[in-house]
Write a protein that binds this ligand. Structure first.
Ligand SMILES: Cc1cc2nc3c(=O)[nH]c(=O)nc-3n(C[C@H](O)[C@H](O)[C@H](O)COP(=O)(O)OP(=O)(O)OC[C@H]3O[C@@H](n4cnc5c(N)ncnc54)[C@H](O)[C@@H]3O)c2cc1C
Ligand SMILES: NC(=O)c1ccc[n+]([C@@H]2O[C@H](COP(=O)([O-])OP(=O)(O)OC[C@H]3O[C@@H](n4cnc5c(N)ncnc54)[C@H](O)[C@@H]3O)[C@@H](O)[C@H]2O)c1
Length: 459
């Protein structure tokens, strides 16, 4: 495609938020051009959330089946990856074909251009397409939603090896016998456990002190213990010094030891796609790693530029990309808010036990200078946890601002931790007084009833 276009709004990068914003603005009557160089919808549907959660759903079913003998019967579990690989291809990704998403976008009235988009000065965007260039004159503004790529650390030898990232992991048709996962963040832990439950011998190597570093230390501890109990080797607090591949991988560690495996998955964080989007043409530093945005998602210091999603550095989650898209839509259609508020950002890490969290950790609350109170309730000591038995690892932790008498953060680790956190998200978001929370009814015997115990423990 080549030529000249005019539009009210151009969206460069169609991740979850960009796709939603482009279609919504078009339905609201604006003329919109949407640009993506890969697949409309971005990382989440094709390489991230959805395929990984399909893997996890299957792996969790296997794990539950393996728990049957301690609870009431016998089972024989024979994992078969083919079912998962087929489901990801057929149901989630259409074999990594975005035709349906493009049609949906075009039906909403968006003009879609496949190619690499760049800012080309105020009010101008160029798109490098397969067969030339499309130049777009922009009347209202440009929205950047260019997301991230897997970051590959500069480790001696790594670049020359056939390592995998999440984009390879979700395409696997056959599993390796053994796997080293470099990085014990959300991606590393979720995928490590899923593969392990399908019979892969897995080692996680995490350079930081503990896996799931952004979570409460208690949450990291519970998950590390659960992964260890399933046979996953968790090597935290040790850096990787070298990677070699000679049929198999050999990963050299800073403590002088090494780990061998058939495959290596690099899950060591993300790099924002801002290096080649023409930031300099609108007066921004081309080396910036995230775009500073105000509460309306307008880029600081640049007229007519909005940014949403991972590139804003407010939390690399699909729900954040969608939340920010809705804020930018309101601004671009002349509504009067509500504008972005990050006090009660929540997330769920889909390990088993699952980790749901919201707001500040205890450490963040103390560093913010608050007079902090903390309450913890271990799940195995709750009625439901005791009844549940196998797979009952977990806890509830609440973090309170004692001066204001409200919760500022909370963590729910355990079965359905990502669901149980829901009521605590409301508590933090709406600043429900601690006294009101303590006076609530908590159904017996539920996992969420442990929240009552944690609230009573706050001191
Ligand atoms: C394995 C994995 C699991 C995850 N699981 C979860 C989860 O369970 N829950 C959750 O909330 N989040 C999860 N995430 C994170 C989630 O995928 C992202 O936060 C989400 O995709 C939002 O990203 P985004 O909107 O910033 O853009 P992205 O999804 O990164 O999309 C950006 C788009 O921009 C395009 N693009 C980039 N540069 C250009 C350019 N110059 N021109 C044209 N197009 C361009 C790309 O091709 C891409 O399509 C996971 C991520 C991974 C990798
Ligand atoms: N359930 C979810 O919501 C979910 C799931 C997966 C990913 N995500 C999002 O995607 C983002 C990226 O995930 P991620 O897990 O790649 O990144 P991350 O930044 O969360 O974790 C990367 C980990 O790799 C470690 N690391 C970095 N370099 C290393 C090295 N050389 N050797 C050993 N360890 C190293 C880091 O210390 C860190 O713990 C997350 O921040 C999250 O927001 C969300």
């Amino acid at each position: 495609m080549t030529g000249q276009l005019e539009a009210d709004v151009v969206v460069i990068g169609l991740g979850p938020g960009g796709e939603h914003l482009a279609a919504s603005l078009s339905r609201a009557g604006l003329s919109v051009v949407g640009v993506d160089r890969r697949l409309v919808g971005g990382e989440c549907p094709y390489f991230g959330c959805i395929p990984s959660k399909m893997m996890i759903r299957a792996a969790d079913a296997l794990a539950e089946a393996r728990r049957v003998p301690s609870l009431g019967g016998t089972t024989e579990v024979r994992p078969d990856w083919t079912t998962v690989a087929d489901r990801i291809r057929d149901e989630a990704t259409d074999d990594w074909d975005d035709r349906v998403a493009v049609e949906r976008l075009e039906k909403a009235g968006v003009r879609f251009v496949r190619g690499h988009g760049r800012l080309a000065g105020p009010g101008r965007v160029t798109v490098a397409t397969d067969d030339g260039e499309v130049a777009v004159t922009v009347r209202r503004g440009v929205v950047l939603n260019t997301g991230t790529e897997p970051a590959v650390p500069p480790i001696d030898g790594l670049a020359d090896t056939p390592y995998w990232t999440n984009r390879d992991a979700v395409r696997l048709r056959e599993l390796p016998t053994s796997l080293v996962v470099l990085g014990g963040g959300a991606i590393g832990c979720e995928l490590a456990q899923a593969f392990s439950r399908f019979g892969v011998e897995v080692t996680i190597v995490e350079a930081g002190e503990r896996i799931l570093g952004p979570e409460e230390p208690e949450a990291s501890g519970v998950v590390a213990a659960a992964l260890g109990a399933e046979g996953i080797a968790v090597r935290a607090g040790v850096g990787v010094t070298s990677v070699a591949h000679d049929g198999a991988f050999r990963i050299g560690l800073a403590d002088g030891t090494s780990v061998a495996a058939q495959a290596l998955l690099v899950a060591a964080g993300r790099r924002t796609n801002l290096g080649d989007v023409g930031l300099d043409t609108v007066g921004l530093d081309p080396g910036m790693r995230t775009i500073d945005v105000d509460e309306r998602m307008r880029a600081a210091g640049v007229d007519g530029l909005w940014a949403i999603g991972d590139i804003t550095g407010k939390g690399a989650f699909t729900h954040m990309s969608m939340y920010q898209a809705n804020v930018a839509i309101r601004d671009l259609t002349g509504e009067d808010g509500p504008w972005a508020d990050y006090r009660a950002v929540s997330r769920a890490t889909f390990t088993d036990p699952e980790v749901g969290s919201v707001g500040l950790t205890e450490d963040q609350a103390r560093k913010a200078g608050l007079r902090v109170g903390v309450g913890v309730a271990p799940l195995p000591e709750s009625s439901r946890g005791w009844i549940h038995q196998a797979g009952n690892d977990g806890l509830i932790k609440v973090v309170a601002d004692l001066d204001r008498g409200v919760l500022v953060g909370a963590t729910a680790v355990g079965p359905a931790g990502g669901e149980i956190i829901g009521m605590l998200v409301t508590a933090v978001h709406a600043e429900v007084p601690l006294a009101t929370l303590r006076g609530m009814h908590f159904a017996y015997p539920t996992f969420h009833r442990a929240i009552e115990t944690a609230l009573a423990d706050v001191s």
